[in-house]
Design a protein around this ligand. Structure first.
Ligand SMILES: Cc1cc2nc3c(=O)[nH]c(=O)nc-3n(C[C@H](O)[C@H](O)[C@H](O)COP(=O)(O)O)c2cc1C
Ligand code: SF4
Length: 459
């Protein structure tokens, strides 16, 4: 935590002593000293916005839960470390390289909101990160860090919806990741009609920023980033790039810097970029767009969790969309008919195009389905489906025309960009080669029963 502020240390922080030696603990000490109102005022002044996807101002969220907690007597804090957005790999390195910082952010949230307990919910599959979090929590609790002993590390399933905040609460309570109706700040953990138990859910990266903001002040945090999106963000770049991985950059850095300068693909080779599966497709004429919440919104796009998947001009945009849409159809929980049936319908029609078996009338059917797939949705998953499919239909009509004539050639097909690993030294991002086995009822086809998909081509 020196002057050159960055979330991600160059090397993993070995232990609590090393964390303290780099300034760890100063934020929590100041939070205890200045109290709830001053902490929230500092977080609001910093302009910190949630890094989980929506960019909601963190100070406003904390104020709401702290006020509700005072009125109702009980509140909780949950850290969303489920990291399920395709193309995103940023919370895992944060947990692996500096779990102390994230947990100090949790301690500050617990002290400030006056919450009973805190939960870091992460995937059971992230065994290394899980172990790092448990070790750090134990060390901090043994050393007497305020509220560290009240933090539980909760393992969860390998489901996209685990990261949706209303579903995350269900998982913390030991249930399946099925989103509830009401948001966590209204109905939180173990709530009943008499006890709403408001719960503050923040992304792992959001909470990791908190200690430094408290230790060094809002103005220092604002030295990087833009007026409306201050600070740094950990961006992920993957797909048809020479150098894939995660990179911490100031918000407002251009997409070109990430994709071309760091990723190493020539601008003229870029055909399309997706920021996860919750936003419209980005075309190469927008490479100079600043990566911040306001610029992306003005362009009719979304920053999401900062994970950008790049496709070069060899790829079939219909097949890419079919992969993204199949993911959403599988991951939908089925509590809302329009979502499950609509996403499955769109995935099946897109697959027909990929096989070269679609008819022209399917184009209109696809478009119509994007308009109703969101009917009575409990969560934003189908909004992503509508945006992904509609934006591809609008942007790449010639790709659909080509598929009416013939199937997608085998050699340009891609995997769903669900990231399972990043090799930092080699600049390689590994997509889940087993995802094609997942079925819409969340079971998996036995490996011997499916043709093994081709792995993402090596570069
Ligand atoms: C389908 C779906 C999946 C999501 N997955 C994640 C996730 O993996 N991690 C995350 O932090 N937020 C995820 N979110 C956003 C969370 O619901 C929530 O907005 C976020 O955790 C709030 O934290 P923040 O304010 O710090 O960004 C997801 C949302 C949706 C609709
Ligand atoms: S909108 Fe879809 S994913 Fe979300 S709760 Fe409803 S069925 Fe489940």
């Amino acid at each position: 935590m020196d002057d050159g502020y960055q979330l991600l240390p160059d090397e993993p922080v070995a232990d609590l002593d090393a964390y303290v030696a780099m300034g760890g603990g100063a934020g929590l000490a100041r939070a205890q000293e200045i109290g709830t109102d001053a902490v929230i005022a500092e977080v609001r002044a910093s302009g910190l916005r949630g890094r989980g996807g929506a960019g909601f101002p963190t100070g406003i969220k904390w104020r709401g839960v702290a006020d509700a907690a005072t009125a109702d007597g009980r509140a909780y804090v949950a850290c969303n470390a489920a990291e399920g957005e395709p193309g995103t790999y940023k919370d895992r390195p944060l947990m692996a390289k500096n779990p102390f910082q994230l947990l100090e952010g949790m301690c500050i949230a617990l002290v400030t909101i006056g919450a009973e307990r805190g939960y870091v919910a992460t995937k059971e599959r992230f065994t290394h990160e899980f172990g790092r979090l448990v070790g750090a929590r134990d060390a901090m609790a043994d050393a007497g860090w305020a509220r560290a002993a009240d933090i539980e590390i909760v393992p969860g399933p390998d489901s996209y919806l685990f990261g949706e905040e209303k579903a995350l609460l269900e998982v913390v309570e030991g249930k399946l990741p099925m989103p509830r109706l009401v948001p966590p700040f209204q109905v939180g953990l173990w709530a009943d009609t008499a006890n709403p138990n408001p719960t503050c859910v923040n992304n792992a990266e959001t909470l990791s920023h908190i200690p430094w903001i408290l230790a060094r002040g809002a103005e220092a945090f604002r030295q990087q980033g833009t007026e409306e999106s201050p600070g740094t963000m950990i961006f992920t770049v993957s797909g048809d790039v020479a150098n894939g991985g995660f990179f911490e950059l100031p918000l407002g850095t251009s997409l070109r810097t990430l994709v071309c300068d760091i990723g190493g693909i020539d601008a003229e080779d870029v055909q399309a970029i997706w920021s996860g599966v919750s936003n419209s497709v980005i075309t190469p004429d927008l490479l100079d767009l600043p990566m911040d919440f306001e610029s992306m919104k003005e362009a009719g796009l979304g920053l999401g969790s900062g994970g950008f998947v790049v496709y070069d001009r060899s790829r079939c945009m219909v097949q890419v969309t079919a992969q993204l849409e199949r993911f959403l159809a599988n991951e939908s929980c089925g509590q809302c008919n329009a979502c499950k049936l609509g996403n499955l319908f769109m995935a099946e029609v897109l697959d027909r195009f990929v096989r070269g078996e679609a008819e022209r009338s399917d184009l209109e059917d696809l478009r119509k389905r994007t308009e109703i797939v969101t009917d009575q949705n409990r969560c934003y998953l189908p909004v992503g489906g509508a945006l992904v499919v509609r934006s591809t239909l609008d942007t790449f009509p010639e790709a659909f025309e080509a598929r009416l004539a013939s199937p997608t050639p085998e050699d340009v097909k891609v995997l769903c960009p669900k990231i399972i690993d990043v090799d930092e030294d080699a600049g390689e991002v590994v997509f889940d080669p087993e995802y094609h086995r997942k079925r819409p009822d969340w079971s998996y086809v036995a490996p011997e029963d499916v043709a093994v998909a081709e792995p993402w081509p090596a570069y």
